[in-house]
Design a protein around this ligand. Structure first.
Ligand code: LMR
Length: 294
């Protein structure tokens, strides 16, 4: 974000080390100021922000699902949402903290409690699934990554991640479709396994978060035709009882400008969507219940 030309002021917040990271970043010669806030300065860090990017929380260890992080990360996200509701209620909120399928509804419920929920300004960042899809598919098809754009819909964990390979305009054998779909759905596990107990994706996730934030900043500044898949409050799957869903979303000055439909899918993808919906519904409800009870 320090490299992003649309950023004027970069506020960093964490419970440790932020002043040092802030001082370090502030020497990069781009035209934004940087301040690293300390543990007791959450309000100051958030005050009047336009865009708040939230990657806070603990990462997975091998063998864990993202949902296994719920007990620790739900409370962290709730605290950040409460502070945001007071310090910057009109900001755009980009949620990276896992499990995203539950933390986005948690954030929304807290904002609702404070009477400041704007569904057009809350985004679950699913961009890493899109980056992975582009990387994995281009490797299989011998293409350059910029030529391969995959519409990934649903949520951000396991079977709720649904890549629509049929919409790429490329052809795949049955084996390629099965293998690529599985790799895109469980790409995060590859990193968790390779890091062997020391965490999950941070560098690729940083790139994904920065790409989504850049797209949003461009759209907020009036640039037209900016489309990214993102997990938002959406009418796309409400008939199946799912309130939040990721599809391509056109971004604009108001945040969400237009939510695209799923589009044409084949029989294989229909089955993937069918498998995703009950899991997604459960994850969303878990987030809603957490705020109701706490
Ligand atoms: C990812 O997709 O890499 C992140 O959601 C982190 C994780 O736990 O896999």
């Amino acid at each position: 974000m320090k490299l992003n030309p649309h950023v004027t002021e970069l506020s960093l917040y964490d419970i440790v080390n932020t002043p040092g990271v802030g001082a370090d970043l502030s020497h990069i010669n781009t035209n934004s100021t940087v301040v690293g806030y300390k543990k007791d300065q959450l309000h100051e860090a958030l005050k009047d922000a336009d865009v708040v990017i939230i990657p806070a929380g603990v990462p997975r260890k091998p063998g864990m699902t993202r949902d296994d992080l719920f007990n620790t990360n739900a409370g962290i996200v709730k605290t950040l949402a409460e502070a945001s509701a007071k310090a910057c209620p009109n900001a755009n909120f980009l949620i990276i903290s896992n499990p995203v399928n539950s933390t986005v509804p948690i954030f929304a419920e807290v904002l609702k409690k404070h009477g400041v929920f704007n569904p057009k300004r809350l985004f679950g960042v699913t961009t890493l699934d899109v980056l992975r899809a582009s990387t994995f598919v281009s490797a299989v098809k011998g293409k350059r990554t910029e030529e391969v754009n995959v519409h990934v819909i649903g949520g951000h964990s396991g079977v709720t991640i649904v890549p629509l390979l049929s919409q790429t305009g490329l052809t795949f054998t049955k084996e390629q479709t099965d293998a690529l779909t599985h790799r895109i759905q469980f790409g995060g596990d590859e990193v968790v396994k390779a890091k062997d107990g020391t965490g999950s994706a941070t560098l690729s996730m940083a790139q994904a978060g920065a790409r989504f934030a850049d797209s949003l900043l461009k759209a907020l500044n009036g640039e037209k035709g900016i489309v990214e898949p993102t997990f938002v409050y959406s009418p796309v799957a409400t008939k199946d009882g799912v309130e939040y869903f990721s599809t391509n979303v056109e971004l604009g000055p108001e945040g969400v400008a237009k939510i695209h439909q799923i589009g044409k899918v084949n029989a294989f993808e229909e089955e993937l969507i069918k498998a995703a919906l009950p899991e997604l519904k459960k994850n969303i409800q878990k987030g809603v219940d957490f705020v109701a009870k706490n």
